[in-house]
Design a protein around this ligand. Structure first.
Ligand code: ADP
Ligand code: MG
Length: 267
């Protein structure tokens, strides 16, 4: 058999359906999701609110178990959370009474891997994210963009090879967001991470992603998939926005979004 074909994907969802069940009702959040993410790929999920983007990340992170279907990482079924997967949320969840450095080391503590070597690595990441000067400051002294960088360093410090990012830029002002996109994009490339980014910003999804999945809701499902051409993929997000072809792609994704928004109007 062809060697390439038999290599398991970094992340694979096979016919994944997930219901949230309470005593009074069962709600189908996503239905029959199939997706494949190869090692080192940067994937974006876009779609209207409630289409199951966060649910998909929670399933991949092992925080939820699919009602039906399979979530596989490197061909093995996901069984709960693991160090291999880092999850970063929109809110940074920094502890205000701990210094930046102590917030970053917290991830190492929780994973039980805090030692001189991992601390040094975390400090190296802080420097890389231009945060070396604030290591002894407290979260309240930092801007929103800096806090998100700290949260990213805390996640990266545990050396996950998969990064799940749930709207990490959505609470930031536009300029900060553009700068942070470039910084995170380069850091994830440099460290050869596989990443899934949830965003409601279509231009961000094109500027950052290798491929974009557009989801529809009720129930959450994949409506379409858009591949980003090599030239746009290889440019930094800020520069990508000025490349020929970017606007055309934006209109294509925009149209796909119109379809999924129209389909769910009135719900
Ligand atoms: P998105 O991130 O795309 O906005 P979510 O994955 O958060 O969507 O939610 C998908 C659907 O599942 C929504 O209709 C939401 O209300 C529902 N949902 C999410 N979490 C829960 C939960 N814990 N219990 C019940 N329903 C939920
Ligand atoms: Mg969400």
């Amino acid at each position: 058999m062809n060697q390439l074909l038999s290599t398991p994907a970094k992340i694979e969802l096979r016919h994944v359906t997930h219901l949230y069940v309470s005593t009074s009702r069962a709600f189908m959040a996503v239905r029959d999701i199939n997706l494949r993410v190869e090692e080192g790929e940067f994937i974006c999920l876009v779609g209207p609110s409630g289409c199951g983007k966060t649910t998909l990340l929670s399933l991949i992170a092992g925080l939820e178990k699919p009602t039906a279907g399979k979530v596989l990482i490197e061909g093995a079924s996901v069984q709960g959370t693991s160090r291999q997967v880092g999850y970063m949320l929109q809110q940074d969840y920094l502890f205000n009474w701990r210094t930046i450095e102590e917030n970053v080391f917290l991830g190492l503590d929780i994973q039980g891997i805090r030692n001189k070597e991992t601390e040094d690595y975390a400090l190296h990441l802080l420097a890389e994210m231009e945060l070396a000067d604030v290591r002894h400051s407290y979260p309240a002294q930092l801007s929103g963009g800096m806090r998100q960088r700290v949260a990213l360093v805390r996640t990266l410090a545990c050396q996950p090879d998969i990064l799940l990012l749930d709207e990490p830029f959505s609470a930031l002002d536009y300029q900060t967001k553009l700068k942070l996109e470039d910084l995170i994009f380069s850091a994830l490339r440099r460290h050869k991470k596989t990443a899934i980014l949830v965003t409601h910003d279509l231009s961000e999804s094109i500027a950052m992603g290798d491929r974009i999945y557009i989801l529809a809701r009720n129930p959450g499902r994949i409506n379409s998939e858009v591949a980003v051409p090599a030239e746009i993929r290889s440019a930094l997000p800020f520069d990508a926005r000025n490349l020929p072809g970017f606007q055309d792609l934006f209109h294509q994704v925009w149209k796909e979004m119109e379809v999924v928004s129209d389909a769910t109007k009135g719900n």
